[in-house]
Structures are given as C-alpha cells and as structure tokens.
Design a protein around this ligand. Sequence first.
Ligand code: U3P
Length: 148
Amino acid sequence: MVMVLSPLFLVFMLGLDLLPLALAQDDYRYRHFLTQHYDAKPKGRDDKYCDYIMQNRGLTSPCKDTNTFIHGKKNDIKAICEDRNGEPYGGNLRISKSAFQVTTCKHRGGSSRPPCRYRATKAYRVIVIGCENGLPVHFDESFIPPSQ
Ligand code: U3P
C-alpha cells in the first residue's frame, strides 16, 4: 500500500515526537529549582548547614554568592504558581500568599574558589519566584510578611 505522507502529517508526527521532550524540559527546570532552593527538613540552619548544603547541591564551583533554601511543603511552593498560594508580582514573577521558613546562605567573601564558607540567616518570609508552565523555576527574593 502506498502511503501519501502529506507535509502536514509529517509536521504533526514531528510534533508528537517532540512533545515528551518539551514536557521533560519543564520538569528539568523545576527539578533544578528544587535542587537549588528546596530542603524539606533542614538540620541546624546555621553556618555549618550552609557550608554543607551549598556543596551538596553543587553550588560551590565557583562559590555561589547568595542562595536561599525554602523549607516546608513542596506543594505549598508549587501552589505559588497558581492562585491557591500566589499572585502576580511585577512583570512575570509571583509572590507567595503564605510565608515560609527560609535559610539564606551568603558567601563570607574572599576567594570564590572552594572551600566555600557561608553565613546563614534564618527567617520567615513571603517569597518571590518565577514560574514556567505552572512550575517554579527561579527564586528571586524574599520579604518580611506584611502584618495581618
Ligand atoms: N538568590 C537567592 N536568594 C536571594 C537572592 C538571590 O537564592 O535572596 P539563579 O541561579 O540566577 O536563580 O540573584 C542571583 C542568584 O541569587 C539567583 O540565582 C537567585 O536564586 C539567588
């Protein structure tokens, strides 16, 4: 049987092929966000914690200057990308409705080559993130929660 493959049909098939790739890409950026910025059950939240987790999450070659870890439930962070726990903030960012326990690790200075030494700051903050396709992909900043 001779199949006549119209160009439209070929484009459709190519689209189907690329779809899983595009979906995997979304997931990849979200997983990267979690690696960089999520720690469900932190131990200590002190300078030693920062020294350890910054290296453990691959943020020390070179030493990243500032990095925030969000604690608590993953679903509450994901929900910032929806109305459930977030609202638009500026151009294309979103601010959380609820506050989170966060630990910000700040490089103490000097050489940016390992070993990297950090100063930890614990806080309870609303957070500003970037979302892509309904998933968090970028941590922007955090604020003291507005008083109710
Ligand atoms: N950053 C934090 N917490 C802050 C401020 C900045 O983690 O409070 P990225 O890899 O570009 O997403 O702004 C520069 C970098 O510092 C950003 O990292 C941001 O996540 C991080």
